[in-house]
Design a protein around this ligand. Sequence first.
Ligand code: C2E
Ligand code: CA
Ligand code: CA
Length: 431
Amino acid sequence: MKAIDDELTGVRSRAALMSALQRCVMQSNEQRTPMAVLVVDVDGFAQINNVHGYQAGDEVLRHLAAQLGEVARPHDVLARIGSDRFVLLLNRILNRGHAELAIQKIFRLMDVPLQTRSVRFGVGVSVGAALCPMHATHPELVLRLAEAALSNARSVGHRHAYAPDAEVGLGISDVWDLELQLPGAIERGEMELHYQPQVCAADLSVIGAEALMRWKTPGRGYVSPAVFIPMAERTGEIRKLTSWALNTALRHAAEWAPERCLGVSVNLPGMLVTEPDLPEIVEAALRLWGTERVALTLEITEGSLMDSERAFASLARLRELGTRVSIDDFGTGYSCLAYFRDIPADELKIDQSFIKALLVDPATADITRFIVNLAQRFNLSVSAEGVEDEATLRAVQALGCQTVQGYLIGKAMPSSAFRRWLQEYRQGCAA
Ligand code: C2E
Ligand code: CA
Ligand code: CA
């Protein structure tokens, strides 16, 4: 598939990687065969461009892609995810030793100086690695941990590093421990909902917030939702958590700004979308907390809409109840284009990986533009999440996204803090 390949190096693009990663991690979890994510980054790439010119820079990237191609086996996936950053997914490995062998082979191949038409020079690379399930069992988290491992390696002057085992990586006994604790978490008051602001892209006025779950355990402090949500899905605990989140979010949102209508978005796990009693659960929560002053949006990940006929019927029913439907992490699933015509949704929330790559990867920018245009054609509004800096904000505004969410505007915070934030933000805007 040419459109999703990286033009310069011929390896997969970031978008293609994200769907491959999701598939591979799912397979790894199901078949209980470990996999590794290696993030490979060129040392001092900016300097190579400065000293030897952009052509040499391009040559370095093509060379690295070719060497990584030597390391990849037929069922592995190789992609470029940033200007000089590559990812190699090693599927079906037996243990960490296999990842280590691959990393050492990368170093061996790259230790041979690169001979371009005019110059010969050495190209150093650094590698960060994370394994599923040893470090994490969620695609985004495995990638994030591998990237964090890469920065750790650099900060201590090593060529490569693995994600930390003790802190983030959960051993089997940790998983059991957390799974045992999870059922009583709400009753013990350990579960919290935090709220991340969502603003209008055009004038940055506040539209509402996304509710994000936090689990504060006595032993470990905050456990990431990327850890406990998949766990709750596995154990069935997710029904109770979702119902709690719906009720809590509606209750909190009604307290924020009595004088105006704000929105609150709640994440709805894919596995609940087709549950026959979902509309009743939502309806009961709406009835209990009143809907006049709070607009409820349910965020459903694109990947969970595979069984589209049943899921679409369920979403249509939810919209009849007056909730908005937003398709979360859009771009990482496997939607076909016909989907746009029929989907009972109000909004597409473009996945963070696209927004983060917007300024560095022209192909990603093209795909994002394409998604926005298509969404507009079908009257879907578009939300950009993961906006961390002004330049990215300007880019998503120029693309025509309607709403923005990200650290630039604000991180997720407890309800009371969000209420204060709202007042201060408005004063700031008025000043
Ligand atoms: P998501 O729904 O895609 O939520 C967005 C995640 O991106 C949140 O992480 C948020 O804190 C983070 N984020 C927002 N802006 C930025 C930014 O500018 N930069 C960066 N680096 N990150 C940003 P969080 O809270 O850790 O949640 C992770 C995932 O856990 C969520 O992804 C969602 O899939 C799941 N999750 C969280 N709360 C719930 C919940 O109540 N129910 C369900 N079913 N899933 C939840
Ligand atoms: Ca979400
Ligand atoms: Ca998302």
